[in-house]
Design a protein around this ligand. Structure first.
Ligand code: NIG
Ligand code: FE
Length: 413
């Protein structure tokens, strides 16, 4: 269901339990939440509901747990086609990097994305977005990076914005022009980075299509020097940066992102202690992507103990993309964060709420429930918040309130 068909959430949500932020110590049992004009006007124990609100319409939450809307802070949701054949090739022994170097991988999705028109990209991305929304996602980051020309990157970012408007979900766009070298620039990576910095970014930023800037800093992506040029260009446009860093090897990308006060460094399977220390110092969020780790059958774990020791905030995300993480379940990523990365339940809860919001530069708007904020929350038919990380392949979300509108899951499935 799209935004304007959905009923208003205004009124008193009662007969619920509340987890206003990821800390289970702050839960409120037998709670109520008052929504007025699409914003949270009051929350607390139902027994303390102020008299002024008692005559408002009531929404019976039927014993559900209410959490902040979930935040998926790293996705490549808008692209053409899929890469199941490449998955099959990898099962027969081909490596991800090998396929990329042979002109497959990201570049094959670039071909499909360039060929698709906006309506097709919208329809394909909407089909991936809807299951995420049904799991309580109310804010999502969407990257470009499968166009690699000004026109095709613009097309991806425009579709991302259209999805936000149509579904009433908060979309944060990231320009990832430096995702891969397009075939027409083979052997001329520095010339392509010129195009990214001097043509694409200025035009897309002027069109208000860019909220942040990212790059793929890797042997099969771009070097530290090239990434630095992208970050310099972002800084000239007043845009925050983030980075695909240390996924397949350690090039020092996380420390570079930290030097630019990056919102986040993402993947991080090969991150070393110097990178962790730099991130801690800069307040850069570590975005961990267990879906890509799982789907590539990676064996290098991100350095969880060091990230904890240095107090680096950790987020969890789907990294939805056709090559390394074709998942549409953020709940499954929470479960994998626990099982594969040995994260705790409070860590993965923070990882999809407060810390994920921070990775978007939107900690003031998303990730926790507080008076004055937009009514963005999810209702869960669970006995405790641990159930959000416990099930895999089952969605206990009963309803979602996004931008002050109610979306019941029965309506959508
Ligand atoms: O986040 N690592 C680079 N980008 C994506 C994969 C893109 C693809 O294979 O299409 C990622 O894993
Ligand atoms: Fe990614």
């Amino acid at each position: 269901m799209k935004l304007f068909d959905a009923p208003s959430a205004d009124g008193v949500w009662h007969r619920c339990h509340l987890l206003p932020e990821a800390d289970p110590a702050r839960e409120i049992r037998d709670a109520a939440v008052v929504v007025e004009h699409g914003r949270i006007a009051w929350l607390g124990a139902e027994s303390a509901l102020p008299a002024a609100y008692r005559s408002l319409p009531h929404h019976d939450a039927d014993g559900a747990w209410i959490t902040p809307g979930l935040v998926d802070c790293h996705t490549h949701l808008v692209y053409g086609g899929q890469r199941a054949d490449e998955f099959a090739m990898r099962l027969s022994g081909a490596g991800y990097e090998e396929i990329a170097r042979a002109g497959g991988g990201i570049v094959s999705t670039v071909r499909a994305t360039r060929e698709a028109d906006e309506a097709t990209l919208f329809a394909q991305a909407a089909a991936r977005l809807e299951p995420l929304l049904a799991e309580g996602v109310t804010a999502i980051e969407i990257k470009s990076g499968y166009g690699l020309t000004l026109e095709a990157e613009r097309k991806q970012l425009r579709v991302a914005r259209q999805l936000g408007k149509a579904y009433g979900v908060s979309v944060h766009t990231t320009f990832l022009g430096a995702h891969a070298l397009p075939p027409e620039y083979a052997g001329r990576a520095d010339d392509y980075i010129d195009l990214v910095c001097n043509t694409m970014l200025p035009a897309l930023a002027a069109e208000k299509l860019v909220d942040a800037v990212d790059a793929f800093c890797e042997g099969i992506g771009f070097s530290i020097a090239q990434t630095t040029r992208v970050f310099e260009a972002a800084t000239r446009h007043g845009l925050p940066v983030k980075l695909h860093a240390e996924q397949l090897s350690n090039l020092g990308g996380a420390a570079l992102a930290a030097r630019y006060k990056g919102l986040s460094a993402d993947h991080l399977e090969h991150l070393d202690e110097a990178g962790v220390a730099a991130m801690a110092e800069a307040g850069t969020v570590a975005v961990l992507l267990p879906g890509a780790y799982y789907f590539l059958r990676d064996t290098n774990l991100p350095p969880l103990a060091l990230l904890r020791q240095y107090g680096v905030p950790m987020a969890i995300s789907t990294d939805h993309n056709p090559g390394t993480s074709p998942t549409t379940s953020l709940l499954l990523m929470m479960n994998m964060g626990c099982t594969l990365f040995r994260m705790t339940v409070p860590e993965v809860l923070a990882g999809v709420t407060t810390h994920a919001a921070r990775a978007l530069g939107a900690a003031d708007r998303h990730g926790l429930l507080a008076v004055g904020r937009a009514a963005d929350f999810a209702l869960w038919q669970v006995a405790s918040s641990a159930e959000l990380a416990y099930w895999f392949g089952r969605n206990p979300c009963a309803a979602v309130v996004r931008q002050g509108r109610v979306f019941r899951n029965g309506d959508r499935r």
